[in-house]
Design a protein around this ligand. Sequence first.
Ligand code: NDP
Ligand code: X2W
Length: 363
Amino acid sequence: MSGMSEEVVNICVVGATGYAGVEVARLVLDHPTLRLVMVTDRKIAGTPLAEAYPSLRGITDLAFSLPEPDAIAKTADVAFLAVPHTASLSLTPQLLARGVTVIDLSADYRLKDAATYEAWYGVPHTSPSLLAEAVYGLPELNRDKLTDLARTRAAGRPVLVAAPGCYPTATALAAAPALAAGLTTTSLVISDCISGVSGAGRAPSERTHYCHAAESVEAYGVGRHRHTPEIEQTLTGVAGRPMDVVFTPHLAPLTRGLLSTVYLEAASGVTTAQVQQAYGDAYAHEALVTTLPSGQMPRTGSVAGSARAQVGVALDQRRRGMIVASCAIDNLGKGAASQAVQCANVVLGLPETCGLDFTAPVL
Ligand SMILES: NC(=O)C1=CN([C@@H]2O[C@H](COP(=O)(O)OP(=O)(O)OC[C@H]3O[C@@H](n4cnc5c(N)ncnc54)[C@H](OP(=O)(O)O)[C@@H]3O)[C@@H](O)[C@H]2O)C=CC1
Ligand SMILES: CC(=O)N[C@@H](CCC(=O)OP(=O)(O)O)C(=O)O
């Protein structure tokens, strides 16, 4: 199948029983150009999507299919892979070989170095040659490369987008303006993040059990979380020099929401006005990222359910001089599904915010 920019583009969501997958499905159902033609699950094939997620009753009659590459290629132009990491290692090359463009929400094609992948994910990368051609799907930092993919696809070849994770997205949006503007000369970024529980996926675990997660906040994966090398890769690219990251994720009793607060030592003489200006300029022309006025910091509640990010920044001028920047996103939105759709829009030659320009619930 082939989808041109003004035509309807047929979409398969692999892993649509999952939280990220059903969010992609929801966005595609409301999108003016994308058409949801297939949703997959390996356990409940034949069951209507709306039976698994009753809010979709009256909206779609589509039932789950098995994630078979031949069936996907027969039906869809683009596949969103909302599957756990390691699951898209083999699925992605099979779909590309069948002419299907892949927007992968998993971590399998984000790291450029296969050895780093193996070190952090515990399995060898089975398609290392694809790591070079996969484009990291953070449009605000990587729009040119995504636009290159649009040309490749328009020339008839399927392409691969590796959409970033929720923690790396929020951390990159919080830290990038300071790094790009040279406001810090050190190589260390500290990133403290807080995630809602849907970030851990649909399958319950001891850590995400209501009784454990409600009314409590905890750090986890300290010093060893697999997003560390992904964040370092992105920030190194922005800074143009090697960056080290101390990344500490926390789980908080929210359904949706992710807040990343980063700390970067300010270069000598940097002022609050310069910092605010750099952040304002960085996102002045971004439709989905807003820099808040000086003195304001973002809250997850303001972006929950939206495709947007909000960023706030301050300069703590006592002693060392620290830039403290915070970015709030919806982990399932800009941290996963809406970002994947944003990338698909670019790759398909559609307006980047097509289907994403809706407001979040205000309360
Ligand atoms: N939740 C979030 O906030 C974010 C998630 N992501 C990433 O998105 C991906 C999905 O996450 P999430 O929705 O939370 O996960 P879930 O556990 O909620 O869903 C995973 C989905 O993948 C399916 N699946 C599992 N294994 C396979 C396989 N081998 N082949 C095909 N389908 C499979 C599952 O269905 P079944 O097993 O029944 O087939 C299910 O539909 C992950 O890579 C995650 O890291 C990225 C950013 C944020
Ligand atoms: C709260 C929670 O458990 N979050 C998940 C991150 C989910 C995610 O975004 O994973 P990828 O970006 O790698 O796809 C975790 O810490 O593993």
